[in-house]
Write a protein that binds this ligand. Sequence first.
Ligand code: NAD
Length: 282
Amino acid sequence: MKLPLNVDFTGRVAVVTGAGGVLCSCMSKALAAAGAKVALLDINQEAVQAVVEEILADGGDAIAVKCDILNEEEIQKAHETVLEKYGRTNILINGAGGNNPRCTTTSEVFEKSQLGNEKTFFDLDQDGFRFVFDINFTGEFMVTKEFAKDMLDGGNNSILNIASVNTYLPLTKIPAYAAAKEAVGNFTKWLAMYFSKSGIRVNAIAPGFLSTHQTKALFYEADGVTPTPRLGKIIEGTPMKRLGKPEELLGAVLFLLDEEASGFITGAILPVDGGYTAYSGV
Ligand code: NAD
């Protein structure tokens, strides 16, 4: 794999959650190509196993670990597995997350005539809200609490969270996801301050709109090819007038994880969004 930055993570151990997904599988492969030993955690064991096989075939070192980031016992077990195999953690990417229809409204703006005819704010329930919020935020707290214990030796350790354009301004229809991603940004800064004397840098990237399977239903009608009106608005709001590609996150990821490149950066949230968060729409 050709990396966008010349970094060397030889001898370092990286733990990546959501590593079976589109973005974090790409990041895991990049970390392995940079020399790191990578533990790929995901609730979907088959998905991470497939990525691990690719990494091994390319000469990298990686393990697949089944882990639900909302289950404390599974997180502790995953940590034990990482310690047995690699001895410690230097890098943590909190990547598991995503929206879910359980906490999505049909329309962007409420009108009384929608009541009983479509899913409004008043039809969202606590379970759905909590599910989406927890996957995107509370899980990150729990995983960080467990794996940051390995990073208390005073130097060259790094945590990277995955924020979103929602970290700056909420997108319509997805209140729990938007709130959780704003919380991710806030928590990134909180952790950065808290661990500032411990040699743990904590940063985030805020990806804009990328073409992945998670966003497919948002961007294309049921036929899979006709763009939705929402995709039209997204492209209109993105100064570069296109979706991003997962590989376009790698420069920011490697930069923020590399001590030589960004050793004085902590608490930063770096947008990688084609200018989306720089544009007011007017
Ligand atoms: P994805 O759906 O491809 O991957 C998410 C992965 O997380 C999946 O492999 C899934 O199995 C795993 N996962 C879900 N619940 C889990 C749990 N409880 N425990 C452990 N693993 C779990 O999504 P993606 O597009 O690669 O997104 C990765 C991250 O980037 C997410 O945090 C997402 O919110 C964020 N993000 C994505 C975009 C985008 O455009 N795709 C934009 C901004 C931010």
